[in-house]
Design a protein around this ligand. Structure first.
Ligand SMILES: [Zn+2]
Ligand SMILES: [Zn+2]
Length: 392
């Protein structure tokens, strides 16, 4: 006879218990390690914070300083040789299957020293969590065996694989490889799915890399970040305080004048501005041009659509050539592409004084309004309405 443990649960109940426990682990990773510790975009009540820290030690053997340092380094060195886990550099297979090993390899003393600032160094950390990292998961195994009997073994195995698979493999691997991009951030981050539930909202990785200081990872009306749901719930009880999620620019209806604040608001909101430029200018002009395209170019329409709005540093040399060939033949496309680069120069060009930026934006709007391309004219009018403050 199998020993069924103190709780003697049915298989369905065991599956449910496993899913609940692994979900708590995922919530601890996204809220505590990621949003609170690595990005400081969320304040947590000390008791709740400690619960998460304890739970991660108990169920994953994950150390706060190590995780935080490696993750901060990932943002700082994204898609370069120094990125601890870039599928663009190392290949998707390596990051997907060996994500957890990559973490262990990257936790060098230099990385911990440089990127591991502002992480716990209290008595418990120094005496228990750090020196006895693996003790938690040993206790977990004992608890599983006592509560669930022999079934506790497979539950434990799933718990050990959950974070390495979902966070290290899926988010760090697939999240920089496959999915949709709301924003053209400077790295290859992608939103894997608009519903962020299984991995606590981390699925919305393109949004996160674009706005790393926001505690909210969803951006569009159809996107769901379950982690944000928990933050709001904890906030209701005074246990959490989110940061960095409020709008950084406002559209004031009827505003016509371009001023220094307009420039600032546009620069703050640059990723969203470029997304809007894609939707409001590039896509409609491209649709118009499609009818004029010859048989050689039309099959590459989708690719062309992507390239026109792709972050310039991510365009490969061969793609650049393809793009150039098309732009040579279609004047309207060249015009909207050049206007897009000029607009980006507002925040890309270093050393420009606020007044110079203002002049540049005013000139941009004037030229756009005289371009004869209706969508571009309307976009210039839309830009004028931007302000740092909402309308009174
Ligand atoms: Zn990433
Ligand atoms: Zn991050």
């Amino acid at each position: 006879m199998w020993y069924n443990g103190l709780l003697d649960l049915s298989v369905m109940q065991l599956v449910l218990v496993t899913l609940v426990m692994t979900h708590i682990t995922i919530v601890s990773v996204t809220l505590y390690l990621h949003r609170h510790s690595a990005h400081n975009s969320l304040d947590l009540n000390p008791v709740l914070k400690h619960f998460f820290r304890f739970w991660l030690w108990f169920t994953t053997a994950q150390n706060t300083k190590e995780w935080t340092a490696i993750h901060r380094k990932h943002h700082a060195k994204c898609e370069t040789k120094e990125d601890p886990h870039s599928p663009v550099v190392m290949g998707i297979k390596k990051v997907f299957w060996q994500g957890a090993e990559l973490y262990a390899e990257s936790a060098t003393p230099e990385t911990l020293e440089r990127y591991g600032q502002r992480t716990p160094e209290d008595w418990l950390e120094r005496r228990v969590y750090t020196p006895h990292k693996e003790l938690g998961i040993v206790f977990l195994a004992v608890m599983n065996l006592a509560l669930f009997g022999v079934n506790g073994i497979w539950i434990w195995a799933i718990q050990m694989m959950w974070v390495p698979f979902w966070a290290a493999g899926v988010i760090n691997g697939v999240g920089h490889w496959f999915g949709y991009r709301n924003y053209e951030c400077a790295d290859n981050a992608r939103n894997i799915s608009p519903i962020g539930f299984l991995v606590g909202g981390e699925e919305l990785h393109n949004n996160h890399h674009t706005y790393p200081n926001s505690s909210k990872l969803s951006r569009r009306w159809f996107e769901i970040d379950i982690g944000w749901g928990y933050i709001r719930l904890f906030q209701l009880f005074g246990l959490a305080k989110p940061k960095g999620y409020r709008p950084i620019a406002h559209c004031v209806p009827g505003k016509q004048d371009v001023d220094v604040e307009t420039v600032q608001a546009i620069a703050n909101n640059r990723f969203d501005i470029m997304r809007q430029y894609r939707k409001r200018v590039m896509e409609p002009v491209l649709r118009q041009q499609k009818t004029l395209m010859d048989d050689e170019i039309r099959p590459r329409y989708r690719k062309l659509k992507q390239l026109l709005s792709r972050e310039v540093t991510l365009i490969k040399p061969r793609e650049k050539e393809q793009l150039e060939t098309v732009l040579e033949n279609y004047a309207a496309l060249r015009q909207i592409y050049e206007k897009s680069l000029e607009l980006q120069a507002l925040w890309r060009q270093r050393g420009l004084k606020p007044q110079e930026k203002l002049q540049a934006l005013m000139a941009w709007c004037k030229e756009a309004e005289a371009s004869g391309i209706r969508y571009l004219e309307e976009f210039a009018e839309h830009l004028r309405a931007y302000s740092l403050r909402p309308s009174a």
